[in-house]
Design a protein around this ligand. Structure first.
Ligand SMILES: C[S@@+](CC[C@H](N)C(=O)[O-])C[C@H]1O[C@@H](n2cnc3c(N)ncnc32)[C@H](O)[C@@H]1O
Length: 226
């Protein structure tokens, strides 16, 4: 089992509580809106975790569409499957797979929220995801990620953000969380670089690009048509 799967598997219940907080739900709704999905579309979510985006995606494509969530962490997928079963959705699927080897060949839309920072080569993954969307003749892809804020209020909270990033990193130690709070800490640099690489990869392939920030500048949604 990878360190990512072990980390998220061990923390599935806590992760689900954070992932479904109402303000986070509002970010999810806006990200799904950026996909411009139509009823009947097929949409794929890479790294779907506990399925917190699935209700928004299911609403967007309706009963005649199809939603496929992909994740490599078993305990998170179980929660996503419980959610699907509870709702009685027959057109929503949570499948175990590696987002860097897309198990779906074609989709009208593709979403990845808070995932690219965990990938060794996010630009390559985004290139493959663009191919999935391009295979239908064109659709939209949206990437949602958190990075340090440049918003006047958000900047005050950047040390807390860095500590949160350190606490949520599969490879971090308690000492990293303390160091992240120190002035001038750059412990979020790997996350920033991966998110930057993923956004550049999408921007290079997409037209009709839209970027918006939420959560006092911590959360960015980049979407585009491929
Ligand atoms: C921070 S969580 C985000 C989950 C979900 N997208 C959300 O917004 O709540 C990151 C997720 O990415 C998944 N993940 C990381 N690397 C992956 C990969 N290579 N393939 C599939 N899933 C992956 C993890 O298992 C975890 O569920």
């Amino acid at each position: 089992m990878s360190s990512v799967a072990a980390f998220y598997g061990d923390n599935a219940a806590l992760y689900d509580r954070i992932a479904t907080l109402p303000p986070v739900g509002r970010w999810r709704a806006r990200a799904v809106a950026a996909l411009d999905l139509d009823p009947g579309d097929t949409v794929v979510e890479m790294g779907c975790g506990t399925g917190a985006n699935l209700p928004y995606l299911r609403t967007a494509v309706g009963p005649s569409g199809r939603v496929v969530g992909v994740d490599l962490t078993g305990p998170l997928l179980e929660r996503a499957r419980d959610r699907i079963a509870r709702e009685g959705w027959t057109n929503v699927h949570a499948v175990r797979g590696d987002a860097t080897v897309p198990p779906v060949a074609a989709a009208d839309g593709l979403l990845a929220t808070f995932v690219v920072g965990l990938l060794a080569d996010p630009a390559a993954a985004v290139g493959d995801w663009c191919d999935v969307v391009a295979a239908t003749g064109g659709g939209r892809l949206a990437l949602v990620d958190a990075t340090a804020s440049s918003h006047p209020t958000g900047r005050l909270l950047n040390p807390a953000f860095r500590a949160f990033v350190a606490a949520g990193a599969p490879s971090s130690s308690p000492g990293d969380v303390v160091r992240a709070l120190a002035p001038g800490s750059d412990l979020d640099a790997p996350l920033r670089e991966r998110v930057g690489a993923s956004r550049r990869a999408l921007a290079a392939r997409a037209t009709d690009r839209r970027y918006e920030t939420m959560g006092v500048g911590f959360v960015g949604v980049l979407s585009g048509t491929v």
